[in-house]
Write a new protein. Structure first.
Length: 577
């Protein structure tokens, strides 16, 4: 060991006496062995005391540190008679000098602090700076550590001390978070007071093992006919919502949250890099439809630092895991992971990581895979809870072959692709039936829905093919015109306004009416009107059919025949043959 490694540093505002120096050296030699040299350095940082540094260990005996120790001891006091407990803590408290692993800030800026030490810090560990700001270790290099800051970097300066906590980043969790709006650190931002936490969950946690999962076999209905009938989502599934800007991606997610009312599903909406005005608009819409009663909104808006945008989806997932571990079903929306990838790229380039394809660091795939793999349907032995993830990704000019979209497509269990041309033509939700897919498929559908939606996708595919073939033709035969009119009617029927989800039994009856070829009008808008009027008639006059479908999830042969007969009779009586 060379002389530099055998040096102990004493920091204080006044030089120590020879007797004090000898005492410090005895302490060092007893603790760390002989051969050390004590060097005093003047410092005004440790008022009312001193600090002794030996290697990575710092012994802080300043007035500030003693106050911090007392504060920490008082905060641990719990119980009904808090005043008595506080008095006992104060009377029994004695300050202590314990070694703390520390590092020194080399540089700071853009939400990043570079440190020399602490030597034993681990990836993802929380560090506390002398100003009180917290940060998380994100880069471990040979000579320095890169740390992202969870607060403004105004109060962190070069030369500041950073202390190890030996804790990984986490978020408080509990039932009290339901109905609240919080930031990425779990702190309330809705002005409704503090939130009482029941547990503390790490934001990074391994995904459940295969043996701890069970198949995705229970539907999580969105209330949107085009999705529930052709691209069903199951509890525990990861279904990507992808499309250009302003094509209705968030609308699908919010509609899905609204549709969970009364279905015992807890919803978490994570806004990453969104405008605060957009988040407020979504919260207002959820409140208007009584959806905040079972929803948590986590916001890391565009105005916040990149570190908070980076940790937000992991923090939201940790909160979801708390509820899943209670045996509950959770729906989590990540809106959107494109901005999350951009925030991670910003942090990585500031940490001097080598950029790769499209200037992203090489581990950007792992960034999202370790997040989305945590969605699962747990086995009954583990409580049977589930996390269903709906990540949102924004494309540029419909380019699904770009780096981040292809990454997430390969991680998820399917995608709902929204097309700009459909959206601007008035088809909303603007789902492209040809490019969308659910890899869980019919396993995530009720048997009634599976039986009713049989030919819908095929009929729409035939319509699209025929529409493309005949768009330049002038003279079409009667059969082709009928098929085009039927296809146009189907497309109109799949249109839904925002915040108007359809119940499962309503969708089943509607599919049986339109796919039974009972409506023969050529006007697409009239086709849709007749279909919904017929369903309303059946639900009003024969509610028992819908009740049987909803309760059992089945569509019996008798019910199917009765729906067809009632629909045919109503259409003939009301609109003629």
């Amino acid at each position: 060991m060379n002389n530099a490694e055998k040096t102990a540093y004493l920091y204080s505002s006044c030089p120590p006496t020879d007797k004090q120096k000898a005492g410090f050296l005895r302490f060092v030699e007893k603790k760390y062995g002989s051969g050390y040299v004590l060097v005093w350095e003047k410092s005004d940082r440790y008022e009312g005391g001193f600090a002794l540094q030996v290697g990575a260990d710092l012994y802080d005996w300043s007035a500030e540190e003693r106050v911090r120790q007392l504060t920490s001891a008082l905060l641990k006091a719990k119980g009904e008679n808090v005043i008595t407990l506080l008095k006992e803590e104060v009377s029994a408290w004695r300050p202590s000098v314990l070694p703390q692993e520390t590092g020194v800030v080399l540089s700071v800026g853009d939400g990043i602090a570079k440190l020399s030490g602490p030597q034993n810090a681990t990836y993802g560990e929380i560090l506390v700076f002398s100003s009180g700001v917290k940060g998380m270790v994100l880069s471990l290099e040979k000579d320095e550590i890169g740390c992202i800051l969870f607060d403004t970097d105004d109060t962190v300066c070069e030369g500041d001390i950073a202390y190890r906590t030996e804790k990984t980043a986490g978020i408080p969790a509990g039932e009290a978070y339901i109905g609240r709006v919080i930031n990425a650190l779990g702190e309330p931002i809705d002005g409704m007071g503090e939130i009482a936490a029941d547990a503390y969950y790490p934001i990074e946690r391994p995904a459940p093992d295969i043996i701890d999962r069970q198949p995705v076999n229970r539907p999580l209905e969105t209330g949107l006919l085009v999705i529930d009938s052709m691209f069903p989502i199951g509890r525990g599934q990861r279904e990507l919502i992808i499309g250009d800007r302003q094509t209705g991606k968030t609308a699908i997610a919010v509609d899905t949250i609204v549709n969970q009312k009364g279905k015992d599903v807890i919803c978490i909406y994570v806004a990453i890099g969104q405008k605060m005005s957009s988040v407020i608009h979504i919260c207002d819409a959820l409140k208007k439809h009584d959806a905040m009663d079972y929803t948590v909104v986590m916001a890391a808006t565009a105005g916040e630092a990149a570190p908070l945008q980076y940790v937000a989806p992991y923090a939201g997932c940790a909160l979801a895991e708390y509820f899943m571990d209670q045996g509950k079903d959770v729906l989590i929306i990540y809106d959107d992971l494109s901005k999350h990838a951009v925030s991670y790229r910003s942090l990585s380039l500031l940490l001097n990581r080598s950029p790769g394809r499209e200037a992203y660091p090489g581990d950007v795939f792992y960034l999202h895979s370790r997040l989305l793999e945590r969605s699962a349907h747990l086995s009954d032995e583990k409580g049977g809870g589930s996390i269903t993830a709906l990540p949102i990704v924004e494309t540029q000019a419909g380019d699904v072959s770009a780096y981040i979209p292809t990454n997430i497509i390969s991680i998820t269990d399917g995608q709902i692709y929204l097309e700009s041309n459909l959206f601007f033509s008035g088809q909303r939700p603007a789902v492209n039936v040809g490019l969308s897919v659910s890899r869980v498929g019919g396993d995530a559908q009720s048997k009634a829905m599976k039986l009713s939606s049989g030919t819908l996708r095929l009929d729409l595919a035939q319509y699209r093919e025929m529409e493309a073939f005949t768009q330049f033709a002038n003279d079409l035969d009667e059969s082709t015109l009928r098929r085009l009119a039927y296809g146009q009617g189907l497309m109109r029927t799949l249109r839904q306004e925002k915040f108007s989800p359809l119940a499962m039994h309503t969708q089943v009856i509607l599919l049986n009416v339109v796919l039974g070829r009972l409506i023969t009008v050529s006007n697409a808008d009239k086709f849709r009107s007749i279909a919904f009027d017929t369903v309303a008639f059946i639900e009003e006059k024969h509610p028992e059919i819908g009740e049987r479908i909803e309760e059992s999830g089945l569509l019996s042969k008798e019910d199917k025949e009765e729906i067809s007969a009632l629909a045919k009779d109503y259409i003939e009586r009301t609109y003629g043959k």
